[in-house]
Design a protein around this ligand. Structure first.
Ligand code: NAP
Length: 253
């Protein structure tokens, strides 16, 4: 087997996790650190849990930094990558930061709320991927690496009532994942997505979580660690022949 995309640098290089302060991103950051990655834990507003996680990782012998950056701002995405370089060369990016947007019907959505939604869920995913490709691509002298994007089963189901634009952003993320995988396949970079179903985080209200009992075949919401395991697999050499894939982790939904 040649070097393919399994990127031996993965365990020694740094992985940036956007939105690592809470929910799924927090679980991903924690698991990646336990697996030996240096982790750049990004957050927008909630510094305390991101810094606490970075301290815990460092105290147990790992390497981590909590880095504030609002991914809706291109210059802050760039600064995030520059700061993460303090931990070492980039080996991976997890585009996890996301919002549901305003939960209203399409006839009540505004250009402003849609701009915010698309800037965070779609534009930031693309801009961060661009920053990562510039650093990891063999075309630019890098050693290769892995990008994992967070989609949602909503991309295929169309979204819960009021969350149709959110679902559309995730469809964009999946199409971007497939296209980018093709674009950089010869440059040592694999690009995949994880599509979670209803997962217990701040993003899911108690009423929505209750829905899981009826709409999810397994009859329950997912746990953040169950999503993190899929992301870690896609970042690892165990998935070295996977690119352009969307892995669904949804209890059958
Ligand atoms: P969450 O608990 O609401 O956490 C969102 C994370 O994103 C937080 O760390 C937050 O940082 C960060 N964030 C939000 N806006 C940001 C910005 N402008 N710049 C940087 N970071 C920002 O969400 P989650 O449920 O873990 O969702 C994580 C990902 O999984 C999202 O892409 C979501 O669409 C996807 N997903 C979730 C579910 C689900 O059921 N939970 C299902 C399918 C897909 P702060 O703490 O600083 O605000």
């Amino acid at each position: 087997m040649n070097s393919v995309n399994s990127t031996p640098a993965q365990s020694s290089g740094v992985v940036i996790v956007t939105g690592g302060s809470r929910g799924i991103g927090h679980a991903i950051s924690s698991l990646l650190a336990r697996e030996g990655h240096a982790v750049a834990i990004n957050y927008a507003a909630n510094a305390a849990p991101a810094e606490e996680l970075a301290r815990t990782i460092t105290a147990s012998g790992g390497r981590a930094l909590a880095i504030r950056a609002d991914v809706s701002k291109p210059e802050e995405i760039h600064a995030l990558f520059e700061r993460a370089a303090e931990l070492g060369p980039l080996a991976g990016l997890v585009n996890n930061a996301g919002i549901t947007g305003t939960k209203v019907r399409i006839d009540e959505q505004t250009a402003e709320t849609l701009d915010t939604l698309f800037n965070i869920n779609v534009r930031a995913t693309m801009l961060a991927a661009g920053e990562a490709v510039r650093r990891m691509s063999t075309r630019h002298g890098g050693k290769g690496g892995v990008i994992v994007n967070l989609s949602s089963v909503a991309a295929r189901l169309g979204g819960l009532p009021g969350l149709v634009p959110y679902a559309a952003t995730k469809a964009a993320v999946e199409t971007f994942t497939r296209g980018l995988a093709n674009e950089v396949a010869h440059e040592g970079i694999r690009v995949n997505a994880v599509a979670p179903g209803l997962t217990a985080t701040d993003m899911v209200s108690p009423e929505t979580a209750k829905l899981a009992e009826t709409v999810v075949p397994m009859g329950r919401v997912g746990h953040v660690d169950e999503i993190a395991q899929a992301v870690a697999f896609l970042l690892s050499p165990a998935s070295s022949y996977m690119t352009g894939s969307v892995m669904t982790v949804s209890g059958g939904r």
